[in-house]
Design a protein around this ligand. Sequence first.
Ligand code: F6P
Length: 518
Amino acid sequence: MTRLRCDRAPAWASLQNAFETQGRRFDLREAFAADPQRFAHFSQQAPYVFGDLSKNLIDTATMQLLLELAEQCGVAAHRDAMFAGAAINNTEQRAVWHVLLRTPANAPTDSALEAQELDHVHSTLDAMLAYAEQVRADDAITDIVNIGIGGSDLGPQMAVLALQAFAHPHKRFHFVSNVDGHELASTLARLQPANTLFLIASKTFTTIETMTNAASAKAWFISHGGTDIARHFAALTTNVAAAKDFGIDTTFGFWDWVGGRYSLWSAIGLPIAMAIGATGFREFLNGAHAMDGHFRSAPLAGNLPVRMGLLDIWYRNFHHFSSRSVAPYHSALRRLPAYLQQLEMESNGKRVDAHGETLPFGTSPVPWGEPGTNGQHAYFQMLHQGTDVVPVEFVAVKNARHTLKGHHDLLLANVLAQAQALMQGQSDSGGHKHFPGNRPSTMLVLEDLTPAALGALIALQEHRVFVSGALWGINSFDQWGVELGKVLAKDIAPRMRSGDGSGLDGSTAGLLQMLRQP
Ligand code: F6P
């Protein structure tokens, strides 16, 4: 079945009609009063993640129309094409096969190519995990510095933080991404060459920020008495030749079918493996694989990533909500919002469809947020009483991994109360204390923040972004929008020294003079 863009499917007009006639006036409080089974109807247990979608502005009839839309647009066929390794990244003619990175070695395969790629995946995984264990057992290495940016930073950093309860107690992890030398300088100031391992993480091994930081780290290493580059530097890249040219012998590769923002399951995940060990990393992959199985085989109506992706379409294209607040009620998930920003906005922040045609509707919302309860004392004011409706996605973890009395109950009471307050609201004739309520939220619940549960949570997010991208008819797997700035920075960099403002607009030329060193 070929892909059909959502606005060209018959269900699109029915959804527009449903929105105008009822959707616009939908009231959550009335919906719960009318349907005592609403919680059951709109929630489900997926592998490791329970999703409660019942506090969203949706009824059964609308969900049914959205499911019809998914069927008419060929979402399942597009999903199957991804799992089969088809070149669905059409502007770069690449497969999108990160799901293979978490496929067990003995899993049945559907083609000779898949079997061959799976072999490569597992031989690299085995080598990378053996190296991770070797470093974990090496008491002389106390500090591991990941130098990478974007997908070569956000995923590993988020996961190492999230899984700190499982991490090696005597290793410190540092993440340097910004070309701003303050970041690298302040990290290096705390390190000794003899105790430090640098991981240079870059899919392309050309990214200017990473190459600049890597060169400075190497210069610091040598100037501070370090001698053994082979022992203290490793590279995680698809461009093994460039890493060797840089002087690095220990390299772990991956493949062009792994997008940067989907690469934490590959060699880019080495810091995670060093933190939680080979067994933990395999559990992390297995959790993601369990979610892949759910996404691949559950009927659309009982498929959590599909239901979440459809809700995203309903909110973005009918309600016109342009952002979503992510509220992890677990401090170890504090980098989750930043990770999701790349995942969703680099994937779906597109204004043309996969054929280059301008889209007549909005695409990626802006995911943003901070851990609860901190956000409550900052921007939740706007979520409850602002003029814009911002759907909130809460992430709660049932079990705590500390023994401090009272904290976890209080934390969970807060996440429940916030979702309740958004929905219930409060009447006040005076205005200032009036909460309109009827504000939507989703609650994702993990039993425990284990490697497997985190793997499943991330795979769930990847697949929900896949679903909305599939419906919008876009290529979610390229990122041309980051290129122009890179080209212009290359032009401006030498001008910072020469002061040459010729050909620049007045503002850029004026600021160049202000910012450049005398
Ligand atoms: O500039 C965007 C981007 O290409 C991301 O897609 C990617 O995750 C990041 O840069 C880093 O790229 P690399 O791993 O090749 O250094």
